[in-house]
Design a protein around this ligand. Sequence first.
Ligand SMILES: [Mg+2]
Length: 189
Amino acid sequence: MLLILDKDGTLVTPKSGKKFVQYPQDQMLLPGVEEGLLKTLDFGIEMVIASNQGGIAMGYKTEAQAIEEMIFCMNLCPSTFRFALFCPDMDGDQCILVTPTGSFEPIGKGTKDASLMLDELGVNPDDVPSFYRKPEPGMLYAAMLKIGATPEECLFVGDREEDEQAAEAAGIEFQAASYWREHAAHTCL
Ligand SMILES: [Mg+2]
């Protein structure tokens, strides 16, 4: 099984009280998250993060800072996450995979890689025009391919409509972040 989680507003909130994360360390886990992640870990369920990082394209942060931000977030609850994926552009062209120990790699760049991935999944490219950026399902597809999970084996948890739409597009069950934070510590998925 695979649990995919959005980051901002789902797992963490800015420590500074600002609307957006100001720097990589400006993140704290929301109540219920740590307990939920540890419970999920107990069940041997894989966990990954899928995060839009449009702030890079808008000039609020660099790609290197976003990578640090992912690493810091994953290490707020050590040994839980396999990796984080983020989309740094507004067109959904790219996706970067970051591990908790700090290695990172672009796992898709441009339409060529996206087409190969869609081929493997048997998805019509016309159905996902911008691919990686949520509400498009590209990051969820990438997470499933990397872990080797089918949509039926996944749950995606997020706090925004774009998360729910991405889950629906990928054929994955969706759960609202507020509900997950309240219940994950007490139940299996
Ligand atoms: Mg969010």
